[in-house]
Structures are given as structure tokens and as C-alpha cells.
Write a protein that binds this ligand. Structure first.
Ligand code: BGC
Length: 795
């Protein structure tokens, strides 16, 4: 098992007290802010084998566009991809492959000394490190290269995908010949990827333009503007050629004299504007006038603001702290609140695995982070599901059901794009049944809608979109199964979160989620009728609710088989699970290869081996619905049987373990989840970061260790800190209020800072409920197993 202080996790640089800037020549890039080493993710050296994973974890993105952290000049393993959210190529469905389009590589940049390109694969690398500033969203790179003739060149790079202006991408390199005088050349190109898109290029004044069109009819324009500043002055136009918008700059450099090359790139697609070429060229001209340093500063300010609204602070456990900063960085990078027609793919915009397809990962693993720290982003992600509701209705209808069945894998239109077959690790071609049977996605989306509604009270969203989703998904469940001769409602032939077992009946996760979905849809109708009698007729007409439907949903929910046994407090994961072979997984742990590869697919299917949190996921999602004894019994039963064959699994186990008071065990799960992207230098991340796992880390800290739960009138705090966490602190938003919660191990204390908003209540587990008002601070102390009354003071 990966240990918390495993050296494989990327080290924080030892840069002295004043931060990275003080010890490096970044000032030559004129970075107008300091890089705090505590927020720096650093990869020193260069290792061919690690490069694909490093490129993923060093991705810079803003939810609109994402660029992998590839070396500017490239090396053997480089895979420098840029993605644009929502822009796909190919076809889904039978035999087709629909994937995120690859944009031209706008970061390609070569530096030549006396005509010879500098490369990490030639000469001597005196120093090389990539530094991702998680607080400002900038990727820096420092490199000192010595060639065969002893010439030493220092290079410092900066790269950003702007947050204050999502269309704008920035790149800068400062080149200093340390011990020689000579001709230096910079070659920049925006090179075409090997993809289905045909790109044409032209030079428009001092901006270069690339234009392409996907096979799905989206036009993309990328305009770039470059400039070089050296000791003799400023050159604003390179020696260009139309081919791939290549430009070349040559100058005679004096020993020790730095030159700086800046490139600003602007991207538009026909998804946002009618004339992307026009928009991109005009925009890049204005960005160039503002200048790269000023734009970088605006970006850094916007990024820092986002960081403050979402950062989780852990004192005492540096590994956990770093993992959370990394998680929050990628979560903030993945989302674009301004575009409600896109969602987040399983690897966000950082790599090719899962082709940009959207899974339940978004609603169950990512949404809570956005709902509680960036509600506008959460809303736009849920709007994506509202806009794809017609496709979900269509899918249900084609399969003979009513209501809405969301796609297991979704892309631009919401049609299901799950592949029909995949090649298994042993080389065999295997049929993929998830697209046909993994139906819990519809209830997962309903769950996220309800949680968002409870946490934000965003009535406008609920009335215009949320209610429709809740009702249509419930309607699907009301027809997906049926009451059988035993008088109970059964849902047959499904796949639950545990994808090792296919075509199962009455999966507990699916059925409990469906039951809950049916109840909440009935509640929705009741609430609309009683609270919004003015708009209910409109909604009712829109979704055509018949008078008896809500009652029939409640009856169906009550008849639902859940596999729960009162005698043991256990849920049976699906009908017949307990009869499967018992297999002791202990000898196989830690598992570097998935268990279904080690023991074979057929044996796994015959055994009580669970791929990922399934019944345990119910405990994470429905803490208040079942007594603690039920959670305890199920976790005790299923944890030893869970192989964690999906990266989604450990974080939910962390949430549940922490809530059960087993905080040190929770920390172990937390480290396992953190290691997926961070240990072994990005080894498991070649295909992109595991964004759901990163959302899970946030949930483990806030819902698990912090013990935050939602109540109708406010929030509950029921903290359980691992023994090496001295302090845990995080901001939250709840129905327009902004609070920050701090939990101190010694002297067992919870502090709630109420920053702004109307009064609300806050409750401690086994402690007092307090009405709190803005600009006040509330402190409660541990007293035995419970808590003291809250003490209020002015902030
Ligand atoms: C997991 C799914 C998940 C998908 C994408 C699979 O391995 O089992 O639950 O949605 O990966 O992350």
C-alpha cells in the first residue's frame, strides 16, 4: 500500500522562505506574483517512462480548453494535446467512436543555438524542473542545458490557460546564453495533430490563424500572436510561413543577455460565435495590446480568488494537504460555468482515456464540490443534463420505458456513446454491457439535482429544469421494473457500480437510488402544488404529470426490493450475491493489477469480489436514511470484499470510514485515492487525471473528516480528524450564505466563521443546534463524547 510519506509523491521544492521566485530567474518572465512552495507541484528531471502521466497532471485548463503539460520542444514520449470542451469528432453508437477533438498544438516551441535544437535528449541537462503553481494556475518550467561544446543556455517557461478570459492561452520563454555569444533561433509553430480535422492556416497581419472543421460541423479557429524582446529591442513579427503557422526568430545574443518570447493564442469555435475566425483574430490583437504579463496577472488573480473560495487546508499532514490542493486545482480547471451545454469527462480535459465521455462520475463524485464552493458551476453542469433530457427520453422510449434514461456515456447530444466492445487486458475482445445495463445513472443525476436544490435553494433552476429531471427519471424507474408475484417491485438485468457482475437482478444500489428517486419526484410535485401553485400548471403541462402519478410513484417506492435484511442489517448487493464463492482478497493486496486480470473475468464474476464501492456508496450518499448500525454492518461486510478496481472506490470508503469514527482508516483510503494521480510520478495518469477521484478526495475531507451533512434548516458538523491532522479548514456556500469551518484537534474545537448571508442553523453531532448570523464567529469545544454550547463573538 502507498504510504503517506512515500517519496514517490512529487516533492515540494526546497526554495527557502521567500518562495520559488526568490530562488529562480522567474522574474525575467516578469511574473508579477510569488510562487509559494506550499502550492507548488514540482517534477524535477525528465524520465521517458513517466512523461505521459506527468503531462496529464501538469495540464493547464479552464473548463473551456485544456492543454496537457507536454514539453514545449517535445521529446520521444510527448503527447501534446489540447482539447476544447464539447467539441467531438466521429460518431457514437454501433461501431463508431466519438471522442473529444484534438486541437493544434499551440505550445510547440524550439530553441536552437547556432542552428542546433536544444533537447532534453541531447547534451547535458544541468537542471530541469516543471513547477505547477496550484494557487495561480500557471505552469512554469526551468531548464539549464549544456551542449557538447560546453555552451550553457538557461530557459524559463510559463504557460497558462486563462481563467479571467477563457479563450486566451499564454506561453512565454526567456532564453539566456550563460557563457557564450552566439546565434539563437526560436521556432514556434501551431502544429496540426494527426486527427480527422483538416486545418488550414494563414497569416493575418501579425496574427497567425488556423481554421478547422470537425466532421460534426463545428468550426474551430485558433489565432496566435507572438513577439520577441531582446537586448536590441522588440520584434513583433517573426519570419513566418503559412505552413502550420510556423514562425522563426533569429538574433545574435550576447553572453548573459536574456531574450523573452511571448505567445498569446485565442480559441473560438462555432459553438459560441458565428464567425470564429473573426472573433479569434480580433480577440488576439486586443490581448497582444494588453500584453502577456498583464494578462498573466489577471489570470492569476482570478485563479487565486477561485482558490480562496474552494481550498481545503490541512495542518499536520503535508501529504494530505498537497493532495487536496492538487485536487482542488484540477476541479477548478475542469469546469466552465459559462457553458451549460458541456459537462466534465471522466479525465476532464487532461487526456484521451474515455474520450471525453461524461459518466455518473460528474453527478456523484464532482457535483458536491461545485455545489458547495461554486454553485454557478454546479448549475451549469446540471443544465447540461437538462439540455440532454430529450436524448434521455428518447433512449427510454426506444427501450420500451417511459420517462428518461440517461446515457451511461454521454457526449455532445446526450445520446449514449458507450463503446460496444473493448479489448480486455488479455487481448480478448469483450462485449461492453454498461451502455445497455448500467441504468443507475438516471437516479444519480436526480440525486445531484436534489442535493443542489437543497444546498442552494435555487428556485429558478428547480422550476425550469430540476423538477423536469426529477419527474422524468422517476417515471423511468416506475416502468423499468415491475411488481412480481411476490408482491414486490423488482428491477432485473442491470449493472450496479460493481461492474464485475453483469446482468444482475435487484442491485441494492440501483434499487435504493430508484426508490429514493421515486419518493423525491413525488415530493417535488407536492412541493410545487403547495408552494408554487402559480407555476405548477405550467410545469405539469410541460411534463404531463397525471393526477395519480405521484401516489403511484410512492407505492412503487414502498414495494421496491432493496435486498435489506433486518436480521443482519445487511444489504445483499444483488439477488444471489451471498451465494457466490467467498474469496479472501488479502493475499492479493496491494493490487497493482486489477483482480479480474489476476484471477480472470469468469472467476471474478462467480465470486463475492466487488469492483468498487457499491453498497458502501449507499452509505456515503444516504447517511441519514439508515441507522449507523446498518452502515457499520455493511462496511464491515463489503470492505474486505472490495478490490478497488476503479479509482472511484477508495475515496467513498474514506467518507464512510470517517463518519463511522474510523478516521485513521479513512486517512489510509484517502492516501490510496491521492496516490492514483500523484504517486509514482503520474504513473497511472497517462490517459488523464482521475477527476472523479479528485472530487472524492474533497468529499472525503469535507463530508468524511469534516463530517458535513445537509439538513433542511442548515448544516451539521460531525468531525472526525485522523490522528495526524491537527487542523482541517474549508469554506462552504449554503443557500447564498458563505461560511468557513475550522476543526482543531487540540483542544477539540469547531469554529464556524459566518461571512455573509441570512441567518441559518448549524448543528454539532450530539451537540447543540445554533442559529448563526453573519459577521459572527461561533466556537464549540469537545466535552467528553459531546460538545459544549456554542460561544458567539463578533468577527
Ligand atoms: C468505473 C465507473 C466509472 C468509469 C469512468 C469505470 O472503471 O467502474 O464507475 O464511471 O470508470 O470513470
Amino acid at each position: 500500500m502507498w504510504k503517506p510519506h512515500d517519496k514517490a509523491i512529487l516533492p515540494v521544492p526546497d526554495q527557502g522562505e521567500e518562495g520559488v521566485n526568490a530562488a529562480t530567474p522567474f522574474l525575467s518572465v516578469r511574473v508579477p506574483f510569488a510562487v509559494d512552495p506550499r502550492w507548488a507541484l514540482v517534477e524535477a528531471g525528465f524520465d521517458h517512462n513517466c512523461e505521459p502521466g506527468i503531462e496529464s497532471i501538469f495540464t493547464v485548463a479552464n473548463g473551456y480548453v485544456g492543454t496537457r503539460g507536454s514539453l514545449d520542444e517535445r521529446a520521444g514520449p510527448s503527447s501534446p494535446v489540447t482539447y476544447l470542451a464539447g467539441v467531438f469528432t466521429g460518431t457514437g453508437g454501433a461501431g463508431g467512436v466519438l471522442k473529444l477533438a484534438e486541437l493544434p498544438d499551440w505550445t510547440h516551441l524550439r530553441v536552437l543555438v547556432e542552428g542546433v535544437p536544444l533537447s532534453l535528449e541531447t547534451g547535458t541537462t544541468l537542471d530541469h524542473r516543471r513547477i505547477l503553481d496550484l494557487q495561480h494556475g500557471v505552469l512554469f518550467r526551468q531548464w539549464r542545458h549544456q551542449d557538447d561544446r560546453g555552451r550553457v543556455t538557461a530557459l524559463t517557461y510559463a504557460r497558462a490557460v486563462c481563467l479571467h478570459d477563457r479563450h486566451l492561452l499564454l506561453q512565454s520563454v526567456t532564453v539566456t546564453p550563460e557563457n557564450y555569444e552566439g546565434d539563437i533561433t526560436i521556432q514556434s509553430a501551431t502544429s496540426n495533430p494527426q486527427s480527422e480535422i483538416h486545418w488550414s492556416s494563414e497569416l493575418k497581419g501579425n496574427a497567425a490563424l488556423l481554421l478547422g472543421q470537425t466532421d460534426r460541423g463545428t468550426t474551430i479557429a485558433m489565432a496566435s500572436h507572438s513577439r520577441l524582446e531582446h537586448e536590441k529591442g522588440l520584434e513583433s513579427v517573426g519570419n513566418g510561413s503559412g505552413e502550420a503557422c510556423a514562425e522563426q526568430w533569429v538574433w545574435r545574443a550576447q553572453r548573459g543577455a536574456a531574450a523573452r518570447f511571448d505567445r498569446s493564442v485565442v480559441v473560438y469555435s462555432s459553438r459560441e460565435v458565428r464567425d470564429p475566425a473573426e472573433a479569434a483574430t480580433g480577440h488576439v490583437r486586443r490581448a497582444a495590446e494588453t500584453g502577456l504579463a498583464a494578462n498573466l496577472l489577471r489570470h492569476a488573480q482570478a485563479w487565486e480568488e477561485r482558490c480562496c473560495a474552494s481550498e481545503v487546508e490541512v495542518v499536520g499532514d503535508e501529504t494530505a494537504q498537497r493532495a487536496l490542493r492538487f485536487a482542488v486545482y484540477h476541479l477548478n480547471s475542469a469546469v466552465n460555468p459559462q457553458d451549460e451545454r458541456v459537462s466534465i469527462g471522466a479525465r476532464a480535459l487532461s487526456g484521451p482515456t474515455y474520450k471525453g465521455h461524461v459518466f455518473w462520475d460528474t453527478e456523484i463524485y464532482l457535483l458536491p464540490f461545485y455545489t458547495f464552493t461554486d454553485p454557478a458551476a454546479a448549475r451549469s453542469l446540471l443544465q447540461y443534463r437538462f439540455h440532454t433530457l430529450p436524448a434521455a427520453r428518447d433512449r427510454a422510449r426506444r427501450l420500451g420505458y417511459q420517462g428518461a434514461l440517461y446515457a451511461w456515456e454521454s457526449a455532445d447530444t446526450g445520446a449514449d456513446v458507450t463503446p460496444e466492445t473493448v479489448r480486455a487486458p488479455d487481448g480478448r475482445v469483450v462485449q461492453v454491457l454498461t451502455g445497455i445495463q448500467e441504468h443507475h445513472i438516471s437516479a444519480d443525476i436526480a440525486y445531484a439535482v436534489w442535493q443542489y436544490w437543497q444546498a442552494t435553494a435555487d428556485e429558478e433552476f428547480f422550476l425550469t429544469a430540476g423538477a423536469d429531471i426529477l419527474i422524468e427519471t422517476a417515471r423511468f424507474w416506475a416502468t423499468r421494473g415491475r411488481v412480481e408475484p411476490d408482491g414486490r417491485y423488482h428491477i432485473r438485468t442491470v449493472i450496479g457500480p460493481d461492474e464485475y457482475h453483469e446482468s444482475v437482478d435487484d442491485n441494492a444500489y440501483t434499487n435504493v437510488m430508484a426508490q429514493w428517486n421515486l419518493e423525491r419526484a413525488a415530493d417535488t410535485v407536492d412541493w410545487l402544488r403547495s408552494h408554487r401553485a402559480d407555476v405548477w400548471p405550467i410545469i405539469s403541462e410541460r411534463v404531463r404529470v397525471t393526477p395519480d402519478e405521484p401516489d403511484s410513484w410512492r407505492r412503487t417506492a414502498a414495494l421496491m426490493v432493496t435486498g435489506f435484511d433486518r436480521a443482519t442489517n445487511l444489504f445483499e448487493q444483488f439477488a444471489g450475491f451471498f451465494d457466490l464463492e467467498e474469496l479472501d482478497l488479502q493475499p492479493y493486496r496491494p493490487m497493482s493489477v486489477p483482480i479480474d486480470v489476476t484471477i480472470g473475468r469468469e472467476r471474478t464474476q462467480r465470486a463475492q469480489v466487488v469492483k468498487q464501492a457499491d453498497v458502501v456508496a449507499l452509505s456515503a450518499l444516504f447517511w441519514e436514511r439508515f441507522p449507523v448500525a446498518v452502515h457499520e454492518a455493511n462496511v464491515r461486510y463489503y470492505a474486505p470484499r472490495t478490490a478497488h478496481g476503479s479509482s472511484l472506490s477508495p475515496a467513498l470508503h474514506a467518507v464512510v470510514s470517517a463518519r463511522l469514527g474510523e478516521a485513521d482508516l479513512a486517512a489510509q483510503y484517502f492516501y490510496d485515492a491521492a496516490a492514483i494521480d500523484l504517486a509514482h510520478h503520474g504513473g497511472k495518469s497517462a490517459g488523464g487525471v482521475h477527476i472523479a477521484t479528485l472530487g472524492g478526495l474533497w468529499q472525503a475531507a469535507v463530508f468524511g473528516m469534516g463530517g458535513i451533512r445537509l439538513r433542511e434548516e442548515g448544516l451539521v458538523v460531525a468531525p472526525h480528524l485522523p490522528s495526524n491532522w491537527d487542523r482541517l479548514s474549508f469554506p462552504l456556500q449554503w443557500r447564498g450564505r458563505r461560511i468557513s469551518v475550522t476543526i482543531d484537534r487540540e483542544p477539540g474545537q469547531v469554529t464556524v466563521d459566518f461571512r455573509s448571508g441570512e441567518p441559518m442553523t448549524i448543528e454539532l453531532s450530539q451537540g447543540s443546534m445554533q442559529r448563526i448570523t453573519s459577521h459572527h464567529r461561533y466556537v464549540a469545544h469537545r466535552v467528553g463524547p459531546g460538545w459544549s454550547a456554542w460561544q458567539e463573538s463578533k468577527r
